[in-house]
Design a protein around this ligand. Structure first.
Ligand code: CAO
Length: 434
């Protein structure tokens, strides 16, 4: 039996790369390492690579820390090795240069790797997509595993490693994906707990009435939006005293045109104008939820209350239409909606929605975003209120506005600014001509 010797391991030749960051420590002092077992992972701006152990042994010292910037020849670790192993292994090998294809498997220039030591971390089967991941300073995973995780969209922080020192290997990533897929299939994990089924007749007389077909479909869409969209609602009031006065002054002309001129066409027009100034509210999130698709068209849907349920016809190119034309189209589409005669194309392509409960009443409500749109405006009932003008209270016609938006796409300041700007436009619609 040969004597125990110490062996220094240095950063191998990493070509032109300088000040390369240590992004993972794969071992700790006291850990057993095999030939080619990863000691640390370093990452240049072009690639990451494992630095393997040149021989089997036990880590006596680890001489680098996470975040250290290292260069060729820097001492990484001191190993205790059996005399034979120390002699058998060549000096610290020149390793593959750090440049090149990211995550390429490490090139072993030492004798073939010994079997990996038995896992010291919890087995992969215990990992679950819903389980709280153990707190980790840094994820232990090699470049190829990282690449696989990136390709599959797996967050490595949520994966339990089955390798030495909790190191994540490719099989752990695959097992994680498998568990996530079967949880999704079973409706578990991401699902919500079902409500209890209660026999209400135990408490008194009841009657069950069917929901209209449109209502059932609408309910599903609303539920989907509610579950997917991160809702925030911003409330404000627009001073529409002048606008409402102007609208009323057009009553005779409206009658002559055979058009009912309510506040709604003005609101749609102002929204289209405002959406041009705030393009992120006239958008949809992309499928990966890491980008926003800005729409350079302004098709606005408006909610219509029908006997069959809520229907949202869409007026195309609101930005290009005048208030009279919008009033006519609102009347026409509402009639078609109430008669169940809308064509599919008249229900599609909306970029923003307005839901007006003005004729019903209310000082504000929380409209549900008509996803995949990212914002919806709720309109309440206009009321005359005393407003302080700096010297006295004045009776002003105030219109409650409630903007719900998807907080994944729009931040609070943006949402607030949108509503404030809309209030300014409705407060002085001459601005629409600017
Ligand atoms: N404040 C005060 N009065 C209002 C008002 C407001 N914000 N909005 C409308 N009104 C008045 C109108 O001026 C009209 O008054 P007159 O009868 O004296 O002329 C009356 O209320 C009825 O208006 P309307 O509803 O016929 O017309 P509209 O253009 O405002 O709305 C439509 C059209 C189709 C949107 C509406 O009829 C409708 O269906 N609204 C319900 C939408 C809905 O259900 N939203 C909730 C969805 S849940 O998110």
């Amino acid at each position: 039996m040969s004597a125990l010797q110490t062996r220094e391991v240095l950063i191998p030749n990493i070509g032109d790369a300088e000040d390369v960051e240590v992004i993972e420590l794969c071992v700790r002092p006291g850990d057993a390492v095999s030939v080619d077992g990863a000691l640390i992972v370093i990452e240049s701006d072009k690639a990451s690579m494992e630095v393997p152990s040149p021989c089997a042994g036990t880590v006596r010292e680890l001489n680098v820390a996470l975040g250290d910037l290292v260069n060729t020849g820097r001492l990484i670790a001191v190993l205790d090795v059996e005399g034979d192993a120390a002699e058998a292994a060549p000096p610290t090998p020149p390793a593959a240069p750090a440049q090149g294809v990211a995550d390429a498997p490490t090139t072993a220039q030492t004798p073939p790797a010994a079997p990996r030591p038995p896992p010291s971390a919890p087995a992969t089967s215990e990992a679950s997509p819903d389980a709280e991941p153990p707190p980790k300073a840094k994820v232990y995973a090699g470049p190829a595993t990282r690449r696989l995780a990136r390709e599959l969209g797996v967050d490595l922080e949520r994966v339990r490693g089955s390798g030495g020192a909790g190191r994540i290997v490719k099989d752990d990533v695959k097992a994680f994906v498998k568990a996530a897929m079967s949880a999704a299939k079973d409706g578990a994990g991401g699902g919500i707990p079902a409500l209890p089924v209660v026999d209400f007749s135990r408490f008194g007389p009841t009657e069950e009435v069917p929901l209209p077909r449109v209502g059932v479909r609408g309910a599903r869409n609303l539920h989907r939006s509610w579950l997917n969209v991160v809702h925030v609602t911003q409330h404000d009031e627009a001073d529409v005293t002048d606008l409402d006065g102007f609208r009323k002054s057009l009553a005779a002309e409206a009658e002559a045109r055979g058009v009912k001129l309510t506040l709604l066409p003005f609101i749609l027009k102002a929204c289209a104008d405002n959406l041009r100034a705030f393009p992120r509210l006239n958008a949809s999130l992309n499928a990966a939820v890491d980008g926003l698709i800005l729409k350079r068209h302004w098709h606005i849907g408006f909610a219509v209350d029908t006997d069959a349920g809520l229907i949202v016809p869409v007026i195309r190119d609101v930005d290009k239409k005048g208030v009279w034309a919008l009033a006519e189209e609102i009347a026409e589409l509402s009639e078609l909606a109430r008669g169940g005669a809308l064509r599919p194309a008249q229900l599609q392509g909306g970029t923003f929605t307005v839901s007006s409960l003005g004729r019903v009443g209310g000082t504000g409500f929380t409209p549900i975003v008509n996803a995949p749109e990212v914002a919806i405006l709720g309109v309440g009932r206009l009321a005359t209120k005393p407003v302080w003008d700096g010297a006295a209270f004045q009776p002003r016609a105030m219109l409650p506005l409630s903007l719900s938006y998807d907080h994944r796409a729009i931040n609070g300041v943006e949402g607030g600014n949108f509503v404030m700007a809309l209030c300014r436009l409705l407060g002085d619609i001459r601005r629409l001509a600017l």
